[in-house]
Design a protein around this ligand. Sequence first.
Ligand code: TYM
Length: 405
Amino acid sequence: MEVDKNGEIASESSSPEEQVVNPWEVSAKDGGKIDYDKLIDQFGCQRLDESLIDRVQRLTSRQPHVFLRRGVFFAHRDFNEVLDAYERGDKFYLYTGRGPSSEALHLGHLIPFMFTKYLQEAFKVPLVIQLTDDEKCMWKNLSVEESQRLARENAKDIIACGFDVTKTFIFSDFDYVGGAFYKNMVKVAKCVTLNKAMGIFGFSGEDHIGKLSFPPVQAVPSFPSSFPHLFPGKDKLRCLIPCAIDQDPYFRMTRDVAPRLGYSKPALIESTFFPALQGENGKMSASDPNSAIYVTDTAKDIKNKINRYAFSGGQDSIEKHREIGANLEVDIPVKYLSFFLEDDAELEHIKKEYGEGRMLTGEVKKRLTEVLTEMVERHRMARAAVTDEMVDAFMAVRPLPNMFE
Ligand code: TYM
């Protein structure tokens, strides 16, 4: 069974002749690794280079997030323009989202939210978070009620990432679509032909028309006028979207139509994918819970999954390992540590010792188990403290008077 980057059933082969990256499927060429340089060329985005990261440091007066320092967020569209405007004193707003298709998020899903929280704090800007319950109802064949329930459950995990309620509006499409938001959807829809949508999203004549109608829903939170309670009279406010690069097609379409509607194009900052335990060519699979670590996993689950399934670049025998060291290019424990071990010096130390054979896979896996157990436990406690009243507060349609402070 083929599955996409979220561990959900994908419609196409997982080892195509060319790599496939879209909101529903992520498959590397011939079962290899995703070629991110090629994606930048193919999608026409820009590489996030050192000079931009230095600029972020200067403008925010704090150390850039590890996801920036380590190239997890590696591509962008017009992020430089957003920073230019910020430097002149013009703020922006952040927009990100989640398609609530399952009860529990995996660690990959946390990445854009952890990063967005950092951006919100560092730049002191408002944030809108879209829960596309309508999308998942249509793609995953969930009932309307079940999609809505999952949206609220996922909202708790998102809130547990630490967002500031005075600067954050979370909305579900089923609840919020209407009014100014819907007017923008219709304007966008009128600018996109069926041919164009088929080209961007790969829709076919067999897809139901609900799917065809969805892209404008994900497009319009990029426009401040879709939120009259938040941004009245601020039609020129720029929008910055943090996400993994699988969501890029939606925003290629949005950026294409924005000028025709008199709106600014949204800027993007895009990440690579957090890989499956089985390796960067493996897929996180819903039918195989052992392919990913979930925020609901216990300490025992985490330890077992890492020990049993995390693909090792270490050698088969200790003698050989001591002699030639681990292949860090394919090693999942090191890859996972490079996402979640904050201490740069410790990470470098592990890479050196392990890469030169003085450290064994078991020791690296032990350290990874500690790091992830601590992180998941912290998340579990934060989520347990999120009440229904808090969810209501984040999701209330209300002005945010202090959102730029
Ligand atoms: P969804 O629910 O598939 O994914 C939520 C967010 O997580 C990112 N993501 C990953 N990041 C790193 N590694 C992974 N393995 C991984 N898997 C998923 C996704 O890129 C996304 O940022 N249609 C969207 C919901 C949405 C949205 C948005 C996302 C609506 N508006 C604006 C980003 C920005 C979806 O189903 O995301």
